[in-house]
Design a protein. Sequence first.
Length: 316
Amino acid sequence: MPDALEDVRKWAGQPVTETPIKGGLSHRIARLDTSDGQTWLLRVLDPRVSAAGLGIPLEQEIANTLRAADAGVGPKVLHRMPGALLLEYLDGVTLDAHAVRTLPGPVAAACRRLHAGPRFVNDFSIFRKLDEFLALCRTHGLSAPDGYEDCLPAAAEIERALAADPLPTVPCHNDLLPQNFIRCGPEVRIVDYQLSGNNDPAFELGDIAAEADYDPDLTARLTRAYFGEDDPRLASRVRLNLIMSNLTWTLWFAVHHGLLKEQAADAGFDYDAEAADKFAQAVRDLNDPAFGRLIDDVRGVRPGSPPPPAPPRKEA
Ligand SMILES: Nc1ncnc2c1ncn2[C@@H]1O[C@H](COP(=O)(O)OP(=O)(O)O)[C@@H](O)[C@H]1O
Ligand SMILES: [Mg+2]
């Protein structure tokens, strides 16, 4: 297979220089500069990532990247190559957690725009992702943090509660850590569709809140900015998804570290510390006295819906 850079040079018909960007843990990402002054972004997908279950299949990622571009949120796709994409270079500032905490409005607006765009080609559930990761850990003898399995009944309880009155699914990114947001002027754009799929929008918001360490007040502000209404049940739904983000992505690190050893060794990244940090946050929220109220809230009804019959209480 020709190298993607060679492919781009041929396509462009001119010399192109590559400057690697060290960012995420997964793929080869580089800024390309052409001799006539254009700047592009090269994303060469590492097939080992999706093969290990850490990303969706490459063809789905490419199809969803095209759709996110159509929504006006993702970078434009300039050229497709086997397993690689040449993208519009977003000339802005990559966000960090602090910036995401100061920008709930523009972040919510970017999500609304993505979610209003064309549906993605696959569905995504954080609960099924958790099941997949657990199965991989068991099959390959990878270790989750101590006490991990004790949290699984609570995850099942969250899934049941969210399913009582589900929201329609929308095309979600599902991995909105701060570095996947790029601020371009007043607008926030979104890159990296490695885990994209149609999902509950409350997961998108909960995941953003988890990755940028939002407190409950800021989580409520993000929820309000996105839904345009002040409904505590929606904020509770987002907070339960925040817990699921921390709980599930804890295992992303265990699986990445265990199955992609070569990549992990090159990354110079403390996988165990990251997994322990996410797990500690999930445990903190599961043990919080507010947890039961969050569950009760989401079992309620959304404004405008007829009230459902009272659900049977588990303890009854
Ligand atoms: N289209 C783009 N324009 C400008 N910078 C980008 C673009 N795509 C990615 N980047 C930069 O590269 C970093 C890593 O890219 P990303 O696609 O998130 O890779 P990974 O899958 O490895 O996380 C991003 O955090 C951002 O700083
Ligand atoms: Mg990324």
